[in-house]
Design a protein around this ligand. Structure first.
Ligand SMILES: [Fe+2]
Length: 286
């Protein structure tokens, strides 16, 4: 072909797919090629910049291990993760909003009795989380499950600590017959996403902050309802409006009410200050 040029190349690449290509693959690849070419054309991408991008992606891959996923982090800081979540989980009728899963979820954590302390011996301010789980009509959901995990009060997850894994600030809680949940954990601290790899370089190049506001992750599920992966954020975090991974939405911000040492609403007696969080969870019927 002698007629390939900046005006004909995009269509020529897309046309190289045969009739055997599955329709969704054709749609995805056609759009990807069109947008990639349009990007390169729009910015007049230089060869040095093109090679720098190849080198960046290569190093991003080489930074992935069993316990670190630099590509997910890249997706997160570019806002792609939140965009995909928002596209696939539109909020309706005040239902619980989704947020990013993050890299620190561990499946199959044990189910603990209602009111349990998930963070025995974990650094941080003890915090009682409680509330009602309902459907969007307000009907309480008995037997709904919250699969919970968070950092400690210094911003570190158990999986980030050296040595054999000791699960901490994790566990599953099931609502009672009245649809209410309650458990103790700690108040999670603000923490930075890892910045010692290629994504850190990118954040610095864009003069971007690396901090995330303190948050408690959970996956809420109930029979007959849509499962929601999300986080709730402490309303007093100074990082709320500049979350490095764009995971915060207003409906996921909750006040952490501080209390002096004494008797908590569930009757537990604490010798140190503690917090309480009341957060209602509304799940959409599947
Ligand atoms: Fe997190």
């Amino acid at each position: 072909m002698s007629d390939l040029n900046v005006h004909t190349l995009t269509d020529a690449v897309i046309a190289r797919m045969t009739d055997k290509v599955e329709p969704r693959t054709r749609q995805l690849m056609s759009a990807l090629i069109r947008h990639l070419h349009a990007f390169a054309t729009e910015v007049s991408l230089t060869e040095a910049e093109w090679f720098a991008a190849i080198d960046f992606l290569t190093r991003t891959g080489k930074n992935c291990t069993d316990t670190r996923q630099e590509f997910i982090l890249l997706s997160d800081v570019l806002g792609l993760s939140s965009l995909v979540i928002a596209t696939n989980h539109p909020v309706a009728a005040g239902s619980l909003e989704s947020s990013v899963l993050g890299p620190f979820y561990l499946p199959e954590m044990p189910e603990l009795p209602l009111g349990s302390d998930l963070a025995v011996g974990v650094a941080g301010t003890p915090t009682l989380y409680q509330g009602l789980v309902t459907d969007t009509d307000g009907t309480p959901l008995a037997g709904a499950t919250l699969d919970i995990w968070s950092s400690d009060g210094e911003g570190w997850y158990d999986v980030q600590k050296p040595g054999p894994l000791k699960p901490a600030a994790r566990g599953r809680i099931r609502t009672g017959a009245d649809g209410r949940y309650a458990f103790w954990s700690i108040k999670p601290a603000d923490y930075p996403v890892p910045t010692d790899g290629p994504v850190g370089e990118l954040l610095r190049a864009m003069d971007r902050d690396s901090m995330r506001p303190g948050h408690l992750h959970f996956i809420a599920s109930a029979p007959g309802c849509e499962t929601v992966t999300t986080q709730i954020f402490a309303s007093d975090s100074p990082e709320l409006r500049r979350d490095a991974v764009f995971g915060v939405s207003d409906g996921l911000i909750a006040p952490f009410v501080s209390h002096a040492a004494g008797t908590a609403p569930d009757g537990r007696v604490l010798s140190t200050p503690f917090c309480t969080v009341d957060y209602a969870i509304r799940l959409r019927r599947a």
